[in-house]
Design a binder for this molecule. Structure first.
Ligand SMILES: Nc1ncnc2c1ncn2[C@@H]1O[C@H](COP(=O)(O)OP(=O)(O)OP(=O)(O)O)[C@@H](O)[C@H]1O
Ligand SMILES: [Mg+2]
Length: 252
């Protein structure tokens, strides 16, 4: 049995007076991949960003409800947001490496957390790049600008950068939507391996991808979490007609 890692309870979110999430309840299980699916604009990215308080950066965003991580509400005033985002890392739709060397991209997080020892940084960089399945491709030119490599490689650099600070949870917002099929397959393999050590929440528009890589799936529609549960169940035998219609491609 997998432990609950996060527990989202009655979560509502507004941007100004527009309500983007309605009373969302969801459990996220440790060492599992949870896929968030649903049509464009239904609130997937908004929901994902509530998990590590990335919506704090949107001045109009307002939240009610609870997002528990290891038993603590991440919205408690005493929570250190930097520490939270170290534990809950994020990878975005478009690879966004810093305009720095590959090495410095990976070492960035650990350095901001106070690690200065070169030997220790070398080890972290190698471990992270290996975990992101890109070490062999870049080990001989770690000084190359990370923005000068292919998009698929850049995305794996971004995953390595997120892993360098040893997070517990990795949030991925459509991490393969800008990538070719080979790079996509590499990231999917990677997600499958990473879940041994991490908990993963991934947004995807690709139903095959959701069914291939996730253990659990949550279906959003118009700001509501319509249905969630084991991926096999959601895809083979959904409870709701809207879920069935969406996964079979009848809308969205
Ligand atoms: N910063 C913002 N200010 C105001 N409204 C926003 C903001 N970000 C998102 N929204 C609105 O909130 C709703 C949910 O948006 P969100 O980006 O979460 O959808 P999504 O499911 O991720 O869509 P997509 O699949 O296109 O990425 C949309 O109506 C969107 O226009
Ligand atoms: Mg989105």
């Amino acid at each position: 049995m997998h432990q609950k890692k996060m527990k989202i309870e009655n979560l509502n979110l507004w941007y100004g007076d527009f309500q983007a999430l309605y009373a969302v309840n969801l459990d996220i299980y440790e060492n599992q991949v949870t896929a968030l699916i649903g049509p464009s604009g239904c609130g997937k990215s908004t929901f994902l960003k509530t998990l590590n308080r990335m919506n704090d950066l949107v001045p109009t965003a307002r939240i009610e409800g609870k997002v528990e991580f290891d038993g603590q509400n991440v919205y408690n005033p005493e929570v250190d947001v930097n520490e939270l985002r170290k534990k809950i890392g994020m990878v975005f739709q478009h690879p966004n490496p810093f305009p720095k060397s590959i090495y410095d991209n990976i070492a960035y997080g650990p350095r901001t957390h106070g690690i200065k020892d070169t030997h220790q940084l070398d080890e972290i960089v190698e471990r992270s790049l290996r975990q992101a399945a890109i070490w062999d491709e870049v080990k001989d030119h770690l000084d190359r600008n990370a923005q000068s490599i292919s998009g698929g490689q850049q995305q794996r650099i971004c995953i390595a950068r997120a892993l360098a600070v040893e997070p517990e949870i990795l949030l991925m917002d459509e991490p393969t939507s800008a990538l070719d099929p080979i790079s996509t397959a590499k990231i999917e393999d990677l997600v499958n391996k990473l879940k041994e050590n991490y908990t993963i929440v991934i947004v995807t528009h690709n139903m095959q991808q959701a069914s291939r890589i996730s253990d659990r799936t949550a279906f959003f529609l118009n700001g509501y979490l319509k249905e969630s549960g084991e991926t096999r169940k959601i895809f083979l035998n959904p409870e709701k007609e809207e879920t069935e219609n969406y996964i079979s491609g009848r809308f969205g």
